[in-house]
Design a protein around this ligand. Structure first.
Ligand code: SF4
Length: 107
């Protein structure tokens, strides 16, 4: 059976909101580690699916072929998460730390 967890709706009250969030996004919030917020820019995603191949527990595709961050995403270690973000050909995945600073892509 295909792994198809629901789109999660993590609360982000404890971490700073970045000031460069995309207009439309999916996100996942991590409780520990350097990377605390995973964001997929829905308008940038072209459905290439490389993120879901590299980090399948952190990224899944929705009905419109846009990557989202499913429940259970925090089972993915930071290195795999970073590799998943780096695999995106259009850099639609943004990773932030607790203070809202961008971890990836570097600016
Ligand atoms: S790799 Fe990038 S473009 Fe492809 S599905 Fe993931 S977020 Fe979207």
């Amino acid at each position: 059976m295909e792994y198809d967890p629901p789109i999660n709706n993590d609360s982000d009250e404890d971490i700073a909101m970045p000031d460069d969030m995309p207009d439309e996004y999916y996100q996942g919030i991590r409780k520990e580690g350097r990377i605390r917020r995973i964001v997929v820019d829905k308008q940038a995603c072209i459905g290439a699916m490389s993120c879901t191949v590299v980090a399948p527990l952190a990224f899944q595709m929705d009905e419109e072929d846009i990557a989202y961050v499913p429940e259970g995403h925090d089972a993915t270690d930071e290195e795999t998460l970073l590799l998943g973000a780096q695999s995106c050909p259009v850099l639609a995945i943004h990773l932030y730390d607790k203070d809202g600073n961008k971890v990836f892509p570097e600016e």
